[in-house]
Design a binder for this molecule. Structure first.
Ligand SMILES: Cc1ncc(COP(=O)(O)O)c(C=O)c1O
Length: 314
């Protein structure tokens, strides 16, 4: 997902020109990965652009920061308003937003107490995350394991932990796949390098949770709600490699990939090599929900035209 630069980035409290949103090379977050971030999207709706599940993303942002003692020097309300402002100021419609908070330059020690916290929010026009995702993607079970919760809690979205994801997806792409499926330390399936996994079997969904060393995805939670509304049974339980290989359908969820079918696992063709019927149903509902086309999900949208970043109840 390359990006097209926009005019401004919110940087430590104000909008600055894109090229001026820079940090020192000794930033602790760069040296040691001590930062947290979010990935959110705005979508076009009949009432102008809206950010999908802004509040849920920012709740995770603050929880992730708390885990690493990163005291974000702005309230969640300020960051919500700033996120809407970045979309508005750059005249964006469909966009990908990247809030980040990290320990800035101040020490070369591993401890962080001398470091100020820098906060930025950038937004760029949305691009496709995985190539040819509309027809489903090809994945491989990665030889690189997901880090264990006992070392780094996977529910928090911290910058440094993505070295594990980057290694796994790079390795998968070198072998010609689109994405990696990482196993956890118990040998059960964790997730993709940047997505949660759903298995479809006999018309019902299965997805794993926190105990499997996964990021607790906002999209995952939304899909569980959508499944309930569509009367599709969904179970939260561990997923084995056998469950994956024996699935009727498989799909990834995530802000970047939305709902993306998996059409092949290590050369084994899944659901006839195309998105299956349950995946399609969930995908269609999600795609309408994010665009404000379904009244029951409008409370998930924060409209950019509003000055207060509160989710609007339909
Ligand atoms: C490792 C990982 N798992 C899952 C997800 C999906 O999370 P969300 O639905 O909140 O975007 C992401 C993306 O943020 C991720 O990076």
């Amino acid at each position: 997902m390359g990006y097209t630069p926009t005019d401004t980035i919110w940087f430590n409290g104000k909008l600055v020109p894109w090229a001026d949103a820079t940090v020192h090379v000794l930033a602790h977050g760069l040296q040691y990965g001590t930062g947290v971030f979010e990935g959110m999207k705005s979508y076009p709706t009949a009432d102008g652009p809206a950010i999908f599940r802004l509040d849920a993303h920012l709740e995770r942002f603050y929880k992730s920061a708390e885990l690493y003692d990163i005291a974000i020097p702005y309230s969640q309300h300020t960051i919500a308003e700033a996120s809407l402002e970045v979309v508005r100021a750059n005249k964006l419609d469909a966009s990908y937003l990247r809030p980040v908070a990290f320990f800035d330059a101040g020490t070369l020690s591993v401890w962080t107490k001398e470091c100020p916290v820098t906060v930025a929010i950038a937004a760029v026009p949305t691009g496709k995350y995985l190539a040819d995702a509309d027809n489903g993607v090809r994945v491989t079970v990665s030889p690189i394991r997901k880090f264990d919760n006992s070392a780094i809690p996977a529910w928090a979205k911290a910058c440094g932990q993505y070295i594990n994801s980057a290694r796994a997806v790079n390795e998968a792409q070198k072998r010609g796949f689109d994405e990696a499926l990482l196993l956890n330390s118990q040998g059960l399936v964790a997730e993709g390098s940047g997505e949660n996994l759903f298995v479809v079997k006999d018309g019902a969904l299965v997805t794993n949770d926190k105990d499997a060393s996964i990021l607790m995805g906002v999209t995952r939670a939304s899909i569980l709600d959508i499944a309930k509304d569509l009367c599709i049974q969904a179970t939260v339980s561990p997923i084995s490699v056998e469950d994956v290989l024996g699935a009727d359908e498989l799909f990834f969820t995530g802000t970047a990939v939305e709902v993306t079918a998996i059409r092949e696992v290590d050369g084994r063709v899944m659901s006839g090599g195309k998105p299956g019927p349950i995946t399609r149903r969930i995908q269609d509902t999600y795609n309408q929900a994010v665009r404000g086309q379904l009244p029951q999900y409008r409370h998930w949208l924060s409209f950019v035209r509003q000055l207060v970043g509160k989710e609007v109840r339909a």
